[in-house]
Design a protein around this ligand. Structure first.
Ligand code: FAD
Length: 469
């Protein structure tokens, strides 16, 4: 086999692409993974999940020292922020994980290629190499895993300094006095929380009348109350029309959706976080005839095959939740199917987590979805105020909400606002995967004192027999 002939060429080294490449190598496919960054890990590692969580963690420590330690009898004086160090720590975490990802790919004998790839024809990929020159790769299977990019907002031009996308908001050189966040989804709330904790006055402007669209409404309302108490101001039902940056400030014009009344907000920095769009630029998909839907996502069947034989697609550039673990799952299932195995991804069982504090996590159906499909369901709720571990740590805000089928008791959805919700949700995901009933969770022995007991109590509450409320 020539050096440039592979069994699989993966374009994009994000959590979809690099995981697919690792799994393909495990399955014996000679695999190449191309990324134009020249580094592997994708959006998630370089400008997404990891740097945002690093800043969330650091800013949480700062907020804890300022607002919570005194209550524990710990006096700390002269607390201040060294933002340059905080940013350097974030980058060190990213760099270390990037080295780990490259190590894994090398160990698996995946050929890593730094450069921008284009599909010249089915079975043929051309790469503009990072160091100059081109390289042609031949493979009967090509996997598109090129991810996504921030969605732009008309009238609000991003310069990544004053008007920023999430990428700019992860790298501000000083704490803005006033930050306007456009969009109350996960990214807006997470990055709004970071800068609010570090001292910015943060206003979140959202088009809809609620925050966290797509998540359970009751949990979102509770989350909004908690975040407002932490200092985030919310302007809901408002459409941002334009933003203009001058030397001194940015002027944001927003209109109330109900009556069109306009108001100008002034800020030092504006973060546009209205969602993400699939990224497939430069791949040559039009010429190749790869079909895309009205929103630009590459259309695939249940085997992740595009409309062109031999060309597959996964992750953020195909329909479904735009999440790193979903991209990862897609990658594994896609490659397993290529070799005749039976990989499968169920989007309804992909958890989603918002890493504010408290965290917000969900899996399965929301109450709104159950009402809409006229399902017969029961609800069990348990507040963290009644959980011993939460009392000990002082993290009593929030609740666990379990939705179960009224007849079969099968768990349909679990929604958590509370401490470590992002970890607690794993039990709920397993429950859904195994088709568990609320009774199964209720009868599972949970360690004491632990946050997980709240899940058990909410499951008991489905049957009206919670013990600690
Ligand atoms: C601020 C932020 C926070 C986030 N937090 C979370 C979180 O906490 N949890 C979570 O699950 N998700 C989170 N996400 C979403 C997550 O990052 C994405 O869902 C995930 O990265 C998608 O993976 P992917 O492999 O499909 O694509 P990506 O990670 O976007 O990777 C695609 C790769 O393809 C490369 N590429 C593109 N075109 C070409 C080409 N022509 N040739 C070669 N290479 C190319 C790009 O350089 C990129 O590295 C966050 C996103 C952002 C922006």
């Amino acid at each position: 086999m020539s050096d440039d002939r592979f069994d699989l060429v993966v374009i994009g080294g994000g959590p979809g692409g690099y995981v697919a490449a690792l799994r393909a190598a495990q399955l014996g496919l000679r695999t190449a993974c191309v990324d134009k960054r020249g580094l592997f890990g994708g959006t998630c590692l370089h400008v997404g999940c990891i740097p945002s969580k690093a800043l969330l963690h650091s800013s949480e420590r700062y907020a804890e020292v300022r607002h919570e330690l005194a209550d524990h009898g710990i006096r700390v004086e002269g607390v201040s922020i060294d933002l340059a160090r905080m940013m350097a720590r974030k980058q060190e975490t990213v760099d270390e994980l990037a080295r780990g990802t490259a190590f894994l790919l090398k160990k698996a004998k995946v050929e890593m290629i730094g450069g921008a790839a284009r599909i010249a024809a089915p079975g043929r990929v051309e790469v503009e190499l990072q160091g100059g020159g081109t390289r042609a790769l031949a493979s009967e299977r090509i996997l598109i895993a090129t991810g996504s990019d921030s969605a732009p907002l008309a009238g609000v031009p991003i310069d990544e300094k004053r008007i920023v996308s999430s990428t700019g908001a992860l790298a501000l050189e000083r704490v803005p006095q006033r930050l306007v966040v456009v969009g109350a989804g996960a990214i807006g709330l997470e990055l709004g929380s970071v800068w609010s904790r570090l001292g910015a006055e943060v206003t979140v402007v959202e088009y809809l009348d609620r925050i966290l669209p797509g998540m359970d409404g009751e949990i979102a309302r509770n989350a909004q109350r908690v975040l407002a108490r932490q200092g985030l101001a919310f302007q809901l039902g408002r459409e941002v029309k334009s933003a203009e940056a001058s030397d001194a400030r940015v002027r944001v014009t927003a209109a109330t959706r109900k009556d069109g009344k306009q108001e100008v907000l002034e800020a030092d920095v504006v973060l546009v976080a209205i969602g993400r769009k699939p990224y497939v630029e430069g791949l040559g998909l039009e010429a190749l005839g790869v079909a895309r839907d009205a929103r630009g996502f590459v259309t695939v069947n249940e085997r992740f095959e595009t409309s062109v034989p031999g060309v597959f697609a996964i992750g953020d550039c195909v329909p479904g939740p735009m999440l790193a673990h979903k991209a990862h799952e897609d990658g594994v299932a896609c490659v397993e199917q290529m070799v005749g195995q039976h990989g499968h991804v169920d989007h309804l069982r992909a958890p989603s987590v918002v890493y504010t504090w408290p965290e917000i996590a969900a899996v399965g159906e929301t109450e709104e979805a159950l009402v809409e499909r006229k399902a017969d369901y029961r609800v069990g709720k348990f507040p963290f105020t009644a959980n011993a571990r939460a009392k000990i740590t002082g993290d009593t805000q929030g609740l666990v909400k379990i939705l179960a089928d009224a007849k079969t008791d099968r768990v349909l959805g679990v929604h958590i606002l509370g401490p470590l919700a992002g970890d607690l949700i794993a039990e709920a995901v397993s429950a859904l995967e195994f088709g568990a009933s609320a009774e199964d969770i209720a009868r599972t022995c949970h360690a004491h004192p632990a946050m997980g007991e709240a899940l058990m109590e909410a499951a008991l509450a489905v049957d009206g027999r919670a013990l600690h409320v």
